[in-house]
Design a protein around this ligand. Structure first.
Ligand SMILES: Cc1cc2nc3c(=O)[nH]c(=O)nc-3n(C[C@H](O)[C@H](O)[C@H](O)COP(=O)(O)O)c2cc1C
Length: 262
């Protein structure tokens, strides 16, 4: 049997040895999800957090999908885009500069995105806004979630980036992470002492986000309930109210809120 493809998600097949014709959900394979490193300071802590998240998401995949869904690090500092310098607006897709064309190819190569970034002055890093603004159609319709961090979890930066995702018509998943990192968690150089200790309390939320990503791809192994339109509307309303459902949403009480200061 030829490998499953995205164009043939379902197929009527005869299963040898059985006496019935069964409708079998075929697997849509080879999905790439970028775990985007969204800060660029020379002493940034973002790469360690993003690496932990990438590994946890990859490990959370059902074994049947572990070879075909790949979470990959995409470091904006390494992409090295200049500040938006295209003469035409990116929504037109007519890029003049090779660096924008290369960024377009990179983003087109991914099916979904998990952005990892700190809160900067109640917003989010300029490098991330620039990376988003340099393109348009490459983002549209793709599933997206994110993990912010800060002494209170980075919720204010989260609210801002959600508006941008909506403006780009991305498909935001129901859940995201707001990771509390306080002065107790870092050394004198503001490097995280134990990423594992800081992030482990968010494991359940992260697995829920991974499940929602699979659901967005139409793959099995998602949260286990099909999102009908009314249910989706309820979930979106609950998310806006920041109410937890099955650990899938940002909780009103933060896993590490007790440790937060400042
Ligand atoms: C420009 C700047 C602004 C910051 N603003 C906030 C803030 O609004 N809230 C917060 O909790 N932490 C803030 N911080 C502290 C960051 O959470 C902390 O420095 C973190 O390590 C930044 O992530 P990075 O190391 O990956 O750049 C800010 C840090 C910088 C450099």
């Amino acid at each position: 049997m030829s490998p499953p493809t995205a164009s043939t998600p379902r197929r009527l097949i005869w299963l040898p040895g059985s006496y019935s014709v069964q409708f079998v959900q075929r697997t849509i394979t080879d999905r790439r999800v970028a775990v985007v490193v969204g800060s660029s300071r020379p002493t940034r802590i973002c790469p360690g957090i993003a690496a932990w998240i990438r590994e946890a998401l990859q490990e959370s995949l059902p074994s049947s999908l572990s070879g075909s869904v790949r979470y990959e690090i995409l470091d904006l500092a390494q992409v090295g885009l200049p500040l938006l310098d295209e003469p035409l607006m990116p929504a037109l897709g007519q890029y003049e500069h090779e660096h924008t064309k290369a960024w377009s190819r990179t983003v087109n190569g991914y099916d979904g995105f998990i952005f990892v970034f700190p809160q900067y002055n109640w917003g989010y890093p300029a490098i991330l806004k620039n990376a988003l603004d340099c393109l348009y159609q490459e983002w549209t319709g793709k599933p997206v979630s994110f993990a912010t961090y800060g002494t209170r979890g980075g919720g204010r930066g989260a609210r801002q980036v959600q508006g941008v995702f909506a403006g780009l018509h991305m498909r935001e998943l129901y859940g995201h992470l707001e990771i509390v990192i306080t002065i107790n968690d870092v050394d004198s150089d503001w490097q995280v002492k134990s990423v594992d200790e800081v992030l482990a309390p968010y494991g359940r939320q992260l697995r829920a986000v991974g499940g929602q990503m699979l659901e967005a791809f139409g793959l099995p192994g998602g949260p286990g309930m099909r999102m009908t339109r009314p249910l989706r509307a309820v979930m979106v309303a609950l998310r806006r109210a920041r109410i937890v459902v099955g650990g899938a949403l940002v909780p009103r009480r933060h896993p590490r809120r007790a440790k937060a200061i400042g």
